[in-house]
Design a protein around this ligand. Structure first.
Ligand code: NAP
Length: 283
């Protein structure tokens, strides 16, 4: 990759970021498209966030991704936040255009793109159960509600957060907070189960967030975790004849959508996916 005085700059801010696979994926996308662009990863402490955003703007970065723990806090440092990000309550992508910083959220759209492409699932009129009520659940819940899910049940360890998210989603669909004790019944009646907690993630792959006996052959089980690729939940689901969907596609498509917003060009999605497969295979 040639770096010179006219190289366009993008990147990621978060804390920590050392584990991120986005630099490999995005730099390969720029290279593949012959674009003189580069993507960095910056570990930014919370107390430095405002200064970091001002610095990226001053230095002419064309845009950047935002990850944990800055997805909410970054909003107060931007000139504009698009509707989807406002409704989700978090920004994962910033676009620097005409001297203005615009916040958007590609997590939900990236998730849906991956779900539809990989499984052909049509969410319209379907019953969904979401495990978790954090940032990822907010993005996925909002997107599925807007896409026409008939009913969304939210199950979360901290029940108040499940109720709050259900209250929010009720603007677009029928939504309920479900206590962990009632999760099995809701899952037995659901078409799609979306797992958005960190249970089952490396280095604790033995974790399974639900009783495997509640999984059934008419269910599509979607786990946002991509490390490992096949979580224990997905393995249990397969054993019971359910279809499965892993989190790698969401990582890929949220990045592809950011690429498209920054460059105005179609992202080389296939090649980006190959890079992710390769780097995650090594980790
Ligand atoms: P977050 O905002 O911190 O939310 C974490 C959620 O997990 C909360 O609902 C939390 O429940 C729950 N949780 C954590 N530990 C738990 C445990 N031991 N038992 C039960 N519930 C537990 O995090 P996030 O940003 O939503 O991310 C959540 C997961 O999604 C992570 O695994 C992340 O890697 C994955 N993710 C994947 C992608 C992708 O591109 N594939 C994108 C974003 C996120 P409480 O409310 O009770 O704390």
């Amino acid at each position: 990759m040639k770096l010179d005085a006219v190289t366009e700059k993008t990147g990621l801010i978060g804390h920590p970021v050392a584990h991120s696979k986005s630099p490999e994926m995005m730099n390969e996308a720029f290279r593949r498209e012959g674009l003189p662009w580069v993507y960095f990863a910056f570990d930014v402490a919370s107390e430095e966030l405002g200064r970091a955003v001002a610095g990226l703007k001053s230095l002419g970065f064309r845009g950047w991704n935002v990850t944990i723990p800055h997805k909410v806090a970054v909003m107060e440092h931007l000139d504009e936040v698009e509707e989807s990000a406002r409704e989700i309550g978090a920004v994962n992508t910033v676009i620097h255009r005409n001297g203005r910083l615009i916040g958007t959220n590609t997590d939900g759209a990236g998730y849906l793109e991956s779900l539809v492409r990989e499984t052909g699932f049509d969410v319209k009129g379907r019953r969904v159960v979401i495990l978790g009520a954090g940032g990822a659940a907010r993005a996925v819940g909002y997107t599925l509600a807007r896409a026409g899910a008939e009913q969304i049940g939210i199950v979360n360890r901290t029940e108040k957060k499940a109720q709050d998210l259900a209250d929010h989603l009720r603007r677009w669909t029928r939504a309920d907070g479900i206590s962990p004790g009632e999760a099995d019944t809701a899952i037995r009646e659901a078409d799609l189960l979306v797992q958005t907690t960190s249970v089952g993630m490396h280095p604790h792959p033995e974790g399974c967030p639900v009783d495997p006996a509640s999984l059934h052959k008419d269910l599509l089980v979607s786990d946002l975790i991509y490390h490992p690729r096949q979580t224990r939940l997905l393995q249990e689901a397969k054993t019971r004849g359910a279809r499965v969907h892993s989190g790698l596609g969401m990582l890929l498509h949220q990045g592809a959508l950011a690429f498209e917003r920054w460059t105005g060009r179609q992202a080389p999605v296939e090649r980006m996916g190959e890079v992710l497969e390769q780097v995650l295979g090594e980790s």
